[in-house]
Write a protein that binds this ligand. Structure first.
Ligand code: MOS
Length: 701
């Protein structure tokens, strides 16, 4: 499989190419944010609030400061004041209000990690709580604080309505009305969030290694918070061990590390303990779904209503846009999608792989399965009959939409039959399920630079981030392709704010955004080389690109990636354990630029979807207001033994309405639809519909 070092001129794109940093990673020489240790580096350990709603009235640091090696303890009463930020979560230690359990209320700094941790534990915090307004962390659909926001995450209108859903629904011969529940879910990248900050008081320069999906936005936030010019700050995110969205925005750890470095005059390292993460790095908010589908007897939809209720924090508004995918997937004369939200005493939710689409498509695709059951129709066929000619919400033509091809290709590969039967094998019930998937095509403006060196090699520079996806590899492929040179002649420099400005790794848009600028810089470089007479000079030749003009243009096309997911599950009638024996995903995501790393992304997304279906969940504890499932011992992500036979395939799409490399983005589409496919297979196996995730034995039995 690994015949990938053979580089052929001009055909780097589309070939399976191993990761450029793979060797460094497996040998341990790749250094992550917490693995940089400047001389005299100190360690910081934050103190989380132990109440979910209240005020800090006193912080006793005496015992902490008396411990050997302790340098400082910062509290809301004495921490340095910060400048403005548009994210109040970053205004850490700036006031005494405690908006949720786990909010940071102090920071210990010491010579060693152990001393910092011990000092943090020795800090005594006194809180004032009001018995008349106890904390409130439990989401209910009829919570008195529920309101309809203007916008949901991503800038989507929260509410859209065409026709009269209620009337259409009542008048239709076949109807399903269901509620689904997705619990809070947490981003648990392999590498917890970490930063090492080095403040040079002499030069006024700040250097920060941060585990982030975008060093640029981190630098911008730090410049404002610490009142520094951006060009005096360098943020480096060279190797990042996953993020899933939780590292897509600057997080409090990096602010605390810089604050401590400036305060103590020492470099400071802050590596978040995993148990802190659920409260301070965002999470997927729980969603309550009310879905109504009505159809004619032939299965064609006459009404679709998807109403989502979710929560946000009291710190800022984040509304999981879970009804948005219904606007893309299926048309109906009466179409209603809406979001309602309530601000509770919980940590602010945020991006987690396919925010909106992931929980939304769980509900919608489960409801489609229920409708297929009600109609006595094959669920693949039901989806084919409801394939819209144009994007339902906008009426725009799709740049490409191969849902039906994914369903058909998947059905063939999976051995799906319209007359499939569930079966029993001893105590096991075995069934199959299907679901569709969608994720939008996003792209952001980006800049890049390409250099030609006298030895015939090239260097491409762009402040992209490789969060484990293979970004630096695929950017080299894009460059080699544009330059028409073998892949091994191209080096990529990424993950550093001294490089040309680039957007973060998020929204499945990294390769499209960075790759566009890389492509343009390489094309400009070729033109420059063509004009140049004689050999490339010692200093090399360079060209730059800036995609601001075209990446911001609105496309007349609706652009989305699509897919189909198939699952075979077994349900143990004795233990209640559900296992996925087979998972198959078929995706249509534009041109696949590197089949090797793309497959990993698809499969990784599907495995994360499997976790959502079967094991992952947390609860907002009504008594204490925290998430009790705060570590990997209690928050169960799938392990190797949980994953059965898993396959990802794709339809080759030649879509001219995207970007020069032709990819739609592959980071998130893989998770979308997996949980619905597994849930639908569970129902097929058992004849019972469970409408709350995950499908744990307590619910199954
Ligand atoms: Mo992803 S949730 O857009 O980082």
């Amino acid at each position: 499989m690994n015949s990938t070092s053979v580089a052929v001129v001009g055909t780097a794109l589309g070939t399976p190419t191993t990761r450029r940093e793979g060797w460094e990673k497996v040998t341990g020489t790749a250094r992550y944010a917490a693995e940089h240790t400047p001389p005299r580096c100190a360690h910081a350990w934050p103190v989380p609030a132990t109440v979910a709603r209240g005020r800090v009235t006193a912080v006793d640091t005496t015992a902490a400061l008396a411990l050997p090696g302790v340098i400082a303890v910062l509290t809301p009463f004495d921490a340095p004041r910060l400048g403005p930020t548009d994210d109040p979560q970053l205004h850490v230690l700036q006031d005494t209000v405690v908006p949720h359990h786990g909010w940071y209320v102090a920071l210990a700094v010491a010579d060693t990690l152990e001393a910092a941790r011990e000092a943090a534990q020795a800090v005594r915090v006194t809180y004032e709580t009001d018995p008349d307004t106890p904390h409130d962390v439990v989401l209910t659909v009829d919570h008195p604080g529920v309101y309809t926001p203007e916008k949901a995450n991503g800038g989507y209108p929260a509410h859209l309505e065409q026709g009269d859903a209620a009337t259409s629904f009542a008048a239709s011969p076949v109807r399903v009305e269901c509620t689904y529940k997705v619990p809070p879910l947490h981003n648990h990248p392999m590498e917890p969030h970490a930063a090492t900050a080095h403040w040079d008081g002499g030069t006024g320069r700040l250097t920060v290694h941060d585990s982030s999906q975008g060093a640029g936005p981190v630098r911008t936030a730090l410049a404002s918070l610490f009142d520094l010019p951006e060009d005096s700050i360098t943020v480096i995110s060279e190797h990042v061990g996953g993020g899933f969205g939780s590292k897509g925005t600057p997080r409090p750890h990096v602010v605390l590390a810089v604050m401590a470095a400036r305060h103590t005059g020492r470099p400071v390292k802050l590596a978040l303990p995993r148990r802190h993460m659920p409260a301070v790095v965002g999470h997927r908010a729980p969603t309550l779904h009310h879905v109504r589908l009505a159809a004619r007897e032939d299965g064609v939809l006459t009404a679709l209503a998807h109403e989502v209720t979710t929560y946000t924090s009291r710190v800022s508004e984040f509304v999981e846009q879970a009804a948005v995918p219904a606007r893309v997937m299926y048309a109906a004369p009466a179409h209603l999608t809406t979001h309602r939200v309530v601000a509770l005493d919980v940590p602010t939710p945020s991006w987690m792989r396919a925010p909106g689409e992931c929980p939304g498509m769980y509900a919608l695709e489960s409801a489609m399965d229920e409708l297929a059951d009600a109609l006595g129709l094959d669920p693949v066929e039901l989806r084919i009959r409801n394939e819209p000619a144009t994007e339902p919400e906008s009426g725009h033509p799709f740049s490409s939409r191969h849902v039906v091809d994914c369903l058909r290709e998947g059905a063939t590969r999976f051995g799906w039959s319209a007359h499939r039967a569930s079966r029993r094998d001893g105590p096991l019930l075995i069934g199959t399920g299907v679901a569709a998937a969608t994720y939008p095509v996003l792209v952001s403006p980006c800049t890049a630079r390409a250099h030609a060196l006298p030895d015939g090699t090239y260097v491409v520079e762009v402040n992209a981030t490789d969060i484990g996806t293979g970004a630096r590899t695929v950017l080299a492929q894009i460059a080699a392709d544009a330059l028409g040179v073998p892949l091994d002649r191209v080096t990529t420099a990424i993950g550093h704010t001294t490089l040309p400005e680039a957007p973060l790794a998020g929204g499945s848009s990294g390769t499209a955004s960075w790759g566009w600028a890389v492509h343009d810089a390489c094309t400009a470089l070729i033109a420059r080389l063509d004009r140049h007479e004689g050999p490339v000079p010692d200093g090399g030749l360079s060209a730059s690109a800036d995609t601001r003009a075209h990446a911001k243009q609105r496309s007349p096309y609706a652009r989305h990636a699509f897919g189909a997911q198939f699952a075979e599950v077994q349900v143990d009638t004795v233990t209640g354990e559900v296992r996925a024996r087979r998972l198959l995903g078929v995706f249509a995501a534009g041109r696949i630029l590197n089949p090797l790393t793309a497959r990993s992304q698809f499969v990784g997304g599907m495995i994360m979807g499997l976790g959502m279906a079967l094991t992952e969940h947390s609860t907002t504890d009504p008594a204490f207001g925290d998430f009790p499932e705060s570590d990997l011992a209690s928050y169960h992500v799938p392990v190797h033994a949980d994953v059965g036979d898993i396959e990802a395939h794709w339809i080759e799409e030649d879509d001219k309405h995207l970007n020069p490399a032709g990819g739609k983005g592959i980071g998130e589409i893989g998770i979308v639809g997996t949980a619905a496919a597994v849930g639908n297979a569970f129902c097929h196996a058992t004849g019972r519909r469970l409408r709350e995730l995950p499908l744990t034995p307590d619910r199954v039995l």
